[in-house]
Design a protein around this ligand. Sequence first.
Ligand code: IDC
Length: 468
Amino acid sequence: MKRSTAAIAACAMVLGGAATVLPHAMAAAQGCRVDYSVASQWDGGFQAAVKVTNLGDTVSGWSLGVVFTAGQRVTQGWNATWAQSGSTATATNVDWNRTLGTGASTDLGFVASWSGSNPAPTSFTLNGVACTGSTTSTSTTSTTTTTTTTTNPPVGRTPVAINGRLRVCGVNLCNQYNRPIQLRGMSTHGIQWFAKCYNNASLDALATDWNADLFRIAMYVQEQGYETNPSGFTNQVNSLVDMAEARGMYAVIDFHTLTPGDPNYNLERAKTFFRSVAARNSAKDNVIYEIANEPNGVSWAGIKSYAEQVIPVIRAADPDAVILVGTRAWSSLGVSEGSNETEIINNPVNATNIMYTFHFYAASHKDNYRATVSRAASRLPLFVSEFGTVLATGGGTYDRTSSAAWLDLLDQLKISYVNWTYSDAGESSAAFRSGTCNGGTYTGSSVLTESGAFIKSRINTPDNFPTS
Ligand code: IDC
């Protein structure tokens, strides 16, 4: 496998180029900086992030020219309308990023096919003016791109306060202003085993030390879970929803089916459970329903049939919440059983305001899975409701390089993600060291595993949610 390298070409020019004449005969200052990086690459293609910063006067309506040399062809792009003619690709603003004030940036990205040795474009132009000048960034591998900036959300401005009720718009998750957002958060381990990890102190740490946006409540159905005590587990889930709500975090109610893999085995339980939690929580803005964690050994037709029976039960009580639908082969969009996203694209669940889940474990699932997500993201609303930095067993190698490549990709695609697990389980996927949940301290770095430290550093960077 090729290692991911992030080549960064950057250019800055404060004033220059062909000035347009304004009504008062003043020349508009023009200039731009582009930070370019390759998030991942594979045989025959790569994915890049392009951050455009307007260093001139405010522009309303813009296009960015990207000049390639080595035969790269953009096959898919986001946050702009992408086209390519000859060796120049052009990204034209979409509605929500039409206006770029002085100093404002917007993040774009694309996937390109490519067969040469250096995929970096040779130049960029913003509204025809070349972004030339000093190079401000260096070439680096994706293992060193972790940003460690920490900022607390402004007081009173929690993720739920800012974004309000969520909805699916196109392939994105959108907030109350109808603008695409990405939510980043943590999953419990099985709440039948790790209840001691979910208390006021640990939820405070998640909300204010990690600055997480969401909290997934993994309610196993089997393995001493829901089937052994339906009302007890329903109450436990509801109280965790309330604890997330009190801290302004979204809560994913995860009906954690795993073995057996056919969700229809639990169809009646699912209806009973969701009828109850949807009725109880319908007035809340912070609830997302996940109806089947990881279907496996079952066809897409079987999963779709399950979804089309459970979703109406939720809708009857809670008509507008976002619902997440598991996908074939442990929510791999079918890939882990030799299929792919086309079975869903050709035969989608007959419901609105839903997203499809994709799960990965970074040490086990790499370039071909990333390529699938890159492709599928422009066709299906995707939500990574579970991923690990380790092997699919939940243990073994912690793969920082692959994890960073994954999170870079999800950031660029604005796909929400939830890491497995916010617990002190004795396995490498756990964020806390063993024994942490026996004490009262969940903040700071001394309680974290390697995986926990990395994930926390990714989750607590600023969200910059759009507010209008
Ligand atoms: C794992 C736990 C592990 C537990 C096992 C069986 O980490 O402690 O013994 O489940 O219950 C998933 C599942 C998730 C798995 C996780 C790691 O959604 O329940 O948790 N995983 O194996 N899918 C892929 C990986």
